[in-house]
Design a protein around this ligand. Structure first.
Ligand code: NI
Length: 168
């Protein structure tokens, strides 16, 4: 397995809109394993393919305490959004930044699993937030887009400065 490079905001490639996966094959299986490895190593609780510069509708998630319940979502789709909740969010593409975002607290979604099997699932709390956050990535959207323009500019400046100093 390979640890993949994660793109950092404001990299324009994070704005790519991902296309539907057409084929469940060994390459996809390999990518899922690499994405899980990359997410666990980071460490994070979710990773979308767009974040590793693959513009396909693929997400991996594990919100379990023991990090032993990987969830692979291929072509995920939100079916229902209910309720509102505010939670502090972070993102592997926006390192070191945590801000409160308002989202639905109760959702239903569908996806294909890693074998191409379609399934539906209900989620609340952290998993619900995580699924919404990751599906946003597939549409080129980041959690900082929910913040005020002022906050977003501040975050962009901070990360660009960090990028410059790590390149130097
Ligand atoms: Ni993220």
């Amino acid at each position: 397995m390979t640890i993949l490079d994660i793109l950092h905001y404001p990299d324009p490639r994070l704005r790519n809109k991902a296309s539907e996966v057409q084929q469940i094959d060994d390459d996809l299986s390999q990518l899922l394993d690499d994405m899980l490895e990359t997410m666990y190593a980071a460490p994070g609780i979710g990773l979308a393919a767009v974040q590793v510069n693959v513009a396909q509708r693929i997400v991996v998630i594990d919100v379990s305490e023991e990090k032993d319940q990987p969830l692979c979502l291929i072509n995920p789709r939100i079916l229902e959004l209910n309720g509102v909740e505010e939670m502090d969010e972070g993102c592997l593409s926006v390192p070191g930044i945590y801000e409160t975002v308002k989202r639905a607290d109760n959702i239903r979604f569908s996806a294909l699993d890693r074998h191409g099997q379609a399934f539906e699932m209900a989620a609340d709390g952290l998993l619900a937030v995580c699924v919404q956050h990751e599906i946003d990535h597939l549409d080129g959207k980041l959690f900082v887009d929910y913040l005020s323009g002022l906050k977003r500019r501040r975050i962009r400046k901070k990360l660009q400065k960090e990028l410059r100093s790590s390149a130097a």
